[in-house]
Ligand binder design. Structure first.
Ligand code: ARG
Length: 629
């Protein structure tokens, strides 16, 4: 038996029972090879097919030949309550956990830790405390008011929510931060548009749609003016610049109007976020970056010798580069208005170009708001980590502002991380290119409803098709998004993602529903789950399928830790499908109905524990596990 002294705080059999088997292996290796137990522990990896754990002897870099050492380990191995066998394969030693002990220990742990508590309404199985006392800001979603909520924002929303959940599962406190695009010349333009074409009534009814329409219309006006003027001069554009200048100079009246746009938009966003099971602790935004901090930032940059004046020509070139790195529609500040006398950061030494930070008329720019904004957040939250979930099209922008903060010797620069992701191609529905998030959700819901109608067998249990198709539709959108590694771009495919075939969200929800329905069905036969795991005879669970499934369930706490290292939602998605496939192949052998009571109870217990773990992994991905569909 492993000694109770932990080899590292991260090793905790109380929350991850597999740790106790790794400890048992480490104890044996440590004594046979005469190395510290923590070193031995580090060397215990998962094994391949049919083998629980494997130790590769060469990794300990000892003097003797690995094969000879492996022999020694094997000859000194003695089976115990935790370990059943050890076998040698060249320089590897393979271990198999004691099956009965594993099944009993793992299921009991899952069952107990899945119970709701005050702090964990869905139980805490899989969670660990490695981040206790630490605080992370996760900035994600960050749409731009009056502009389409595009695919990049959707991905940021999905991945960001996952990350916030993941950090919490690892014991951190996470602050969900939405950094709205709500400042810049565009908002001067929006205000002018609203003065000309706005309607209070439409604004109240659907602010996002109305502001978007106004914005499109006023932009068209500018295009027209520019086209009819030989110098491409647009009076409307000039007015917008002047108005934005007034906003930056704190003009009350203009700010009132803009504040209303912002507030009404947030109310609308919140409805959709709620539907998506997404929430925020803070609605920040570009407009909320303090101007004195921006001025201070400029001063600091100047004193560090990082600023340079840009000529009109240089600014134009710089703006083109900025546009290449960021979607132009979002940052239409790169135009060469006031180009002369613009202030730029000279990052050419680091191959990061010369981004403009302040225009000639003194108004601020996206990047300056990011630099000062990070400083502001550190002052306010004293975070231990801050993560920006932004698409890879803004990689250059993020490198620029991270680098600048480092050059400014800000104390928190090593706490910043950029979690990026590839593009979604072709996000369109039958009604055409999507503009608003709600369009995507509606389309997925419709597609799902259609699929469900095709599956009569699956439909017959559904009591609320509206709710169900909406939830499953969103599961499909999210699963499609999180299935591959973040960096991969993918093509949005409504048809494929809502299918019940293949590893889709619909399949996943169905796997969970089936686990719920087995409980409902056996209840009809009078078999209700026993609440005390001690009353379950796990020695009746002799099928290899059970062992395989239980080992996978027992590895969930490790999945939560691994995902924390790579920030990849796909790690958790793959795990969900692994569990789903394992149960789906277990249904034929692990029949519950019509079995003798003790056996039925034992099998029911396995399915119940499986449901707990699957639901927990799904929640980590921000999904709502359904009980019927
Ligand atoms: N609103 C920006 C856009 O839509 C995204 C903001 C990303 N976050 C940041 N700190 N720059 O492109």
């Amino acid at each position: 038996m492993a000694s109770p002294v932990p080899v590292s705080p991260a090793v905790d059999p109380e929350t991850c029972c597999l740790d106790s088997y790794r400890l048992a292996i480490a104890t044996q290796i440590s004594s046979s090879l005469d190395i510290p137990r923590n070193i031995a522990y580090e060397g215990v990896d998962y094994g391949k097919k049919g083998i629980d754990f494997t130790v590769a002897i060469p990794r300990f870099r000892l003097k003797e030949k690995p094969a000879a050492l492996a022999d020694k380990v094997i000859s000194e191995f003695s089976p115990n309550s935790h370990l059943q066998s050890a076998t040698r394969d060249g320089i590897f030693v393979h271990y198999v956990c004691h099956t009965q002990n594993l099944i009993q220990t793992a299921l009991k742990q899952i069952y107990k830790l899945s119970k709701p508590t005050q702090s964990y309404p869905h139980g805490s199985y899989g969670y660990n405390n490695s981040g206790a006392g630490k605080q992370v800001i996760i900035e994600f979603s960050s749409p731009n008011i009056a502009k389409p909520f595009h695919a990049g924002h959707l991905r940021s929303t999905i991945i960001g929510t996952f990350l916030a959940n993941l950090f919490e599962a690892n014991g951190w406190k996470s602050i969900r931060f939405n950094y709205l695009g709500d400042w810049g010349k565009q908002y001067g333009l929006l205000a002018i548009g609203f003065q000309r074409y706005g309607s209070e009534e439409s604004l109240a009814k659907d602010p996002i749609l109305h502001l978007f329409e106004v914005y499109v219309r006023v932009n068209r006006e500018i295009e027209k003016e520019e086209a009819s003027n030989p110098d491409k001069f647009s009076p409307t554009n000039e007015e917008a610049k002047a108005l934005f200048k007034k906003m930056e100079d704190n003009d009350k009246e203009t700010l009132e109007l803009w504040k209303r746009f912002r507030e009404l938009s947030i109310v609308e966003y919140e409805k959709v976020y709620k539907r998506l099971n997404v929430r925020f602790d803070v609605y920040g935004g570009e407009s909320l970056v303090k101007s004195d901090l921006m001025m201070d930032t400029l001063e600091k940059l100047k004193s560090k010798g990082l600023l340079t004046k840009k000529t009109a020509h240089e600014s134009r070139v710089g703006a083109a580069a900025a546009e290449a790195s960021t979607p132009a529609s979002e940052l239409d500040e790169g135009d060469d208005d006031n180009a002369a006398d613009a202030l730029a950061l000279d990052l050419t030494q680091w191959k990061l170009g010369k981004p403009v930070v302040q225009k000639g008329d003194g108004t601020t720019i996206y990047i300056l708001r990011d630099i000062a904004g990070a400083r502001q957040r550190y002052q306010l939250y004293n975070f231990d980590k801050m993560i920006y979930v932004i698409g890879d099209q803004q990689d250059l922008h993020v490198s620029q502002f991270f680098k600048t903060l480092a050059l400014m010797d800000e104390p928190f620069t090593d706490k910043l991380e950029h979690v990026n992701f590839g593009k979604i191609h072709g996000m369109s529905t039958r009604k055409g290119q999507v503009k608003f998030l709600s369009d995507i959700l509606e389309a997925s819901k419709e597609a799902m409803l259609e699929q469900m109608k095709k599956n009569e067998e699956k439909m017959k249990d559904v009591t609320d098709p509206e709710y169900t198709s909406d939830e499953v539709g969103m599961t499909c959108v999210k699963i499609q998004d999180m299935s591959a590694k973040r960096v991969h771009a993918y093509t949005f495919d409504l048809q494929r993602m809502t299918s019940f075939e293949g590893d889709t969200g619909a399949y996943l929800q169905y796997a969970h529903v089936r686990l719920c329905s087995v409980e409902r069905k056996v209840a009809l036969d009078g078999i209700n789950p026993r609440d005390d795991p001690e009353l379950i005879d796990t020695t009746l669970l002799t099928e290899p399928k059970v062992r395989e499934l239980v080992f996978a369930l027992a590895s969930y706490p490790d999945v939560v830790k691994v995902a924390m290292k790579n920030y990849e939602p796909s790690t958790v998605v793959s795990y969900c499908f692994k569990i789903s496939h394992l149960v789906s192949s277990a249904w034929e052998t692990l029949i519950v109905r019509g079995q003798e009571t003790e056996l039925a109870q034992a099998r029911l217990y396995v399915f119940r524990c499986t449901r707990f773990v699957l639901a927990s992994a799904m929640r980590l991905l921000s999904l709502t596990p359904l009980t019927r569909m």
